[in-house]
Design a protein around this ligand. Structure first.
Ligand code: ADQ
Length: 467
């Protein structure tokens, strides 16, 4: 296989971020390493066999990086200025679209100059894809930051096969129609041949909106466009590299780290675990409140039980995220300060990202995994936990508002807005008989292994290329 960057590719992924992170070694030399994550794992083999290219932003503003070859495929960087980052990324993507698409948990902010930047940056991504795609190539566009790219790209290159997958939920029309540029956003994504959503509810929300456009008809997962094109709209629930995750979790290195971690936590009899990006959609405030109350009422004994919560720093320049960080610091501090034990705090909270190995070790020691988003496209954490568990004496508490709830039906389901209900489910999961727990874990494990990330990528690409 060639080690130089090809001029054109037959398979392209277009995503806001590149699949590589920059690493600086001790002697100061810089290189790129694949970012850990299911999407990269799933798409790398496809790119390697077809000769692929990944188009995305390298992650640092005002920087120009030349295209390079990496692990069997090409990396094509798209530059963003600091103003682009502020208006397109932090602004329209993460302070307008993200809250609007997550049930308006936070108030979406509408600014005309953010919208202008969003259009402009989407145009830039579309232009790079148009230049790099060979005749009739397949282009797979990822996520809400690039909502307008399908139509822009189709106008430049009608010969391409264009797929779009939305990783976050698609909201009901009652919320979406607040968007001042709603028509442009719907038309933008309808430039694709195939639009994939996480679960069927998103498909029907989208079809209800598409039907409102003049001369557009949409029913049973198909939209007929005025120009005669047909767009397929369908749910493709994303998943994880289940085998990879299980192997990692059972490697000697991870098992040793798990044992060490348990000791560090004071060798408690029960460990509850949560891990999320620090995002208001993940329902951390209510989760911490519910568990704090259980410690306070002694339903959870702070001498025996530890709640380990990791929060990955995320979007720290967006106001809502800074407020959330302060709230969680305060809440956790208050609960821990009220504990009677001087030896140990009931909540071990860390605001940090950890290596995959450490995360796998944490899944290994968690007796109860608590995943309580207020709204989530899928939630991969829930699936990762299930894949890592080789023992059956564990349980998953899961929000009914995560896409994963439609697949992991044996979890202890909660409404994350109902604090008393959440408390009751946590206790029920902890006190469940080993037989019932084992049955539930086995069923969920089968679901995750039968529907892994490869099944997801294959089914999307097969559908895209079959019409
Ligand atoms: P996210 O909102 O980022 O993804 P999620 O699906 O849970 O949410 O994925 C997070 C990933 O980051 C997981 O693989 C997890 O292991 C990892 N992670 C989280 N905290 C970490 C930490 N402290 N250290 C190391 N790793 C950590 C968006 C949507 C989701 C959808 C995915 C994929 O919001 O709904 O499931 O895309 O489509």
């Amino acid at each position: 296989m060639s080690e130089t960057v090809q001029e054109k590719a037959s398979f392209l992924v277009v995503a806001n971020r590149l699949p590589v992170d920059r690493v600086t070694s001790e002697d100061g030399t810089e290189s790129w390493r694949s970012s850990p994550g299911g999407l990269v794992t799933a798409l790398e083999p496809v790119m390697q066999s077809r000769g692929g290219a990944w188009i995305g932003w390298p992650g640092a503003p005002d920087e120009r990086v030349e295209p390079f070859h990496h692990d069997g495929y090409d990396i094509i960087p798209v530059p963003l200025s600091s103003q682009d980052v502020e208006r397109f990324y932090e602004g329209f993507s993460n302070a307008t679209l993200w809250p609007l698409f997550h049930d308006c948990i936070a108030e979406p902010v509408f600014h005309r100059e953010w919208w202008d930047a969003f259009r402009e940056v989407n145009q830039r991504f579309a232009r790079v894809a148009a230049e790099r795609a060979e005749q009739g190539a397949t282009v797979w566009i990822q996520d809400y930051q690039l909502h307008l790219v399908p139509q822009m790209l189709r106008e430049m290159r009608p010969d391409l096969r264009i797929g779009f997958f939305l990783h976050i939920p698609f909201p009901p029309p009652e919320l979406f129609t607040r968007m001042p540029w709603r028509k442009e956003l719907i038309e933008g994504v309808l430039g694709a041949d195939l639009i994939g959503f996480q679960f069927p509810g998103c498909v029907s929300n989208f079809l209800r909106l598409a039907r409102r456009l003049p001369d557009v008809e949409g029913a049973r997962g198909r939209v007929h466009m005025p120009d005669g094109r047909m767009v397929v709209v369908k749910a493709f629930p994303i998943s994880i590299d289940a085998v990879g995750m299980r192997n990692l979790a059972n490697s000697p290195q991870v098992l040793a780290e798990a044992q060490k971690l348990r000791q560090e936590l004071g060798d408690p009899s029960t460990i509850l675990f949560g891990v999320d990006r620090l995002d208001y959609s993940k329902g951390l405030r209510n989760r911490v409140r519910a568990i704090g109350e259980l410690f306070e009422s002694r339903d959870l004994d702070p001498e025996q039980v530890v709640f380990l919560q990791l929060a990955t720093p995320s979007r720290e320049r967006v106001k809502e995220y800074r407020m959330l960080r302060n709230d969680i610091d305060l809440l956790v501090g208050r609960i821990n300060s009220q504990s009677t034990s001087l030896a140990r705090s009931p909540i071990a909270y860390r605001y940090t990202s950890v290596p995959r190995e450490t995360l796998a070790a944490m899944y290994q020691i968690a007796d109860l995994m608590i995943v309580t988003p207020l709204r989530d496209g899928m939630n991969l954490v829930a699936k990762e936990y299930v894949a890592c568990r080789s023992r059956n004496d564990s349980a998953l508490v899961l929000s009914e508002f995560a896409g994963a709830a439609l697949e992991l039906r044996q979890a202890y389901m909660v409404n994350p807005y109902d604090i008393d209900g959440m408390k009751a489910s946590i206790l029920q999961a902890l006190h469940e008989s080993p037989r019932v727990k084992a049955r539930k874990m086995r069923a969920m494990r089968k679901q995750v292994f039968d529907h892994d990330i490869n099944v997801w990528a294959d089914s999307f690409l097969t559908e895209l290329e079959s019409n």
